[in-house]
Design a binder for this molecule. Structure first.
Ligand code: AMP
Length: 282
């Protein structure tokens, strides 16, 4: 595996690969890799000649300084995992390579970044939009792979691609879960064992909400029931459970078309913030 920390040598390397007509898949990550990330790498490898994985803990997408400071950084271990998974290129830049000292550029995605994650993490999607644009410009991949785990992020990046005319395909990969259903996340490793047990409440809440919808309960009742379920657990705080339109994430109050709806949840276990979501129909 080739490892680059600087942009110019990576660009030079990729230029040669493109002249050889090799197709390129990009998997952007923040590292602390787990099998969810490796599934994205597997998808890219299956569909492209060359897979580039980026590992960069992007400061502009963190609205909480302590979350940024405590985000796990495990570059050596990650690098070994990528090598083992058959990744071809690792791009692991420092902040100085990615942002000019006086960088102030912001992105606004209208309604899409004011709801759900955007409401609870102001500025988050501006940061995501910036870093993903930079990565698309640097790598110029044929396909970029993202997880459905970050459902709203994929909607934002779809809008970004359309607005900025990025000439690439986007692919969303289904959520990879632990045996008990917890969505894999780099943040899970920060949970103490008892917190790890309780973290499953978010996935269970999604399943509960789905089954209550099927029983015809009102969305207001379901929200209340989920809040009770979550907050019966010590250290668990629900930020939101939402029923939304799969395409634009506008809130729904009931389901007329199951294939058009998604349930989304976010909350804290202790000081660790977790998100998850569930399509009402695959
Ligand atoms: P992150 O390193 O958390 O920024 O994630 C990098 C990419 O991996 C994003 O596109 C995520 O949506 C995706 N991802 C993270 N966790 C999972 C998971 N459990 N299953 C599938 N994809 C995931």
């Amino acid at each position: 595996m080739e490892i680059f920390k600087q942009i110019a040598p990576l660009r030079a390397y990729l230029k040669i690969q493109k002249e050889r007509k090799l197709s390129i898949g990009l998997v952007p990550t923040m590292g602390a890799l787990h099998p969810g990330h490796l599934t994205l790498i597997g998808n890219s490898r299956a569909e492209n000649d060359l897979t580039v994985c980026s590992i960069y803990v992007n400061p502009t997408q963190f609205n909480n300084a302590s979350d940024l400071a405590k985000y796990p950084r495990l570059l050596e271990k990650d690098s070994a995992m990528l090598e083992e998974a058959g990744c071809d290129v690792l791009f692991a830049p420092a902040n100085e390579a990615m942002y000019a000292a006086a960088s102030e550029l912001k992105m606004d995605f209208g309604d899409l970044d004011k709801i759900l994650e955007g409401k609870f993490r102001p500025g988050h999607f501006s940061g995501v939009g910036l870093v993903v644009s930079k990565l698309f410009n640097i790598v110029q991949p044929d396909v970029a792979y993202f997880g459905q785990k970050d459902y709203q992020q994929f909607a934002v990046i779809t809008r970004l691609k359309e607005e900025l005319l990025f000439d690439l395909r986007l692919k969303a990969v289904p959520i990879v879960r632990e045996k008990d259903g917890l969505a894999m996340s780099s943040r899970n490793m920060r949970l103490a064992p008892d917190q790890r047990q309780r973290a499953i409440v978010f996935y269970q809440s999604l399943l509960l909400a789905k089954s209550l919808l099927e029983q015809g309960k009102s969305w207001k009742q379901i929200e209340e029931e989920v809040k009770r379920k979550c907050e019966a657990q010590p250290e668990v705080k629900l930020e939101y459970i939402a029923l939304a339109d799969r395409k634009n994430l506008n809130p729904l109050n009931n389901v007329t078309d199951r294939s058009a709806a998604v349930l989304l949840i976010a909350g804290y276990v202790g000081e660790i913030r977790l998100i998850d979501n569930l399509l009402l129909e695959e």
